[in-house]
Design a binder for this molecule. Structure first.
Ligand SMILES: [Fe+2]
Length: 141
């Protein structure tokens, strides 16, 4: 079980809050799988991930534009890739129905996203914006 806030605090409030929700949803699915309740929980997890992609990704992308972030294209490509991977899982669920391997696949995908995007790409974005804020606004002398 991954504890919230470990190693992926960006210091950007809306990002940290949403990442918290992400870890919670991921941990809940893992717990449900252990208790043989993966079938019920995966529906909730999929709803969460769907909203995360549809509402949170655009907000983060807007935030990058607002801050003239230099690495925005690479970042957006990763978002698109995650969306495509998630759509694939969703398609399997809706075309073939539930199977025991499905929550595991989704949970692993989320774990991978946490390790390789939230903890790295998002963290780098947070560091960048924080450093700009610190050094920027230099008119205050
Ligand atoms: Fe991101």
């Amino acid at each position: 079980m991954i504890k919230k806030g470990n190693g992926f605090i960006t210091g950007i409030e809306f990002m940290d809050q949403q990442h918290d929700f992400f870890v919670t949803a991921m941990n809940r699915l893992l717990e449900a799988m252990k208790n043989g309740e993966g079938k019920e929980e995966i529906r909730k997890t999929m709803r969460f991930v769907e909203l995360h992609i549809l509402k949170y990704f655009p907000r983060e992308e807007e935030f990058m534009r607002e801050n003239s972030y230099h690495d925005i294209e690479f970042h957006i490509i990763q978002h698109k890739k995650f969306r495509a991977d998630f759509d694939e899982i969703k398609d399997i669920y809706f075309s073939k129905g539930y199977s025991v391997s499905l929550p595991l696949t989704l949970q692993r995908k989320m774990q991978d996203w946490l390790a390789n995007h939230i903890s790295k790409t998002d963290s780098i974005l947070g560091d960048y914006v924080n450093s700009v804020k610190k050094t920027g606004g230099g008119t205050a002398g």
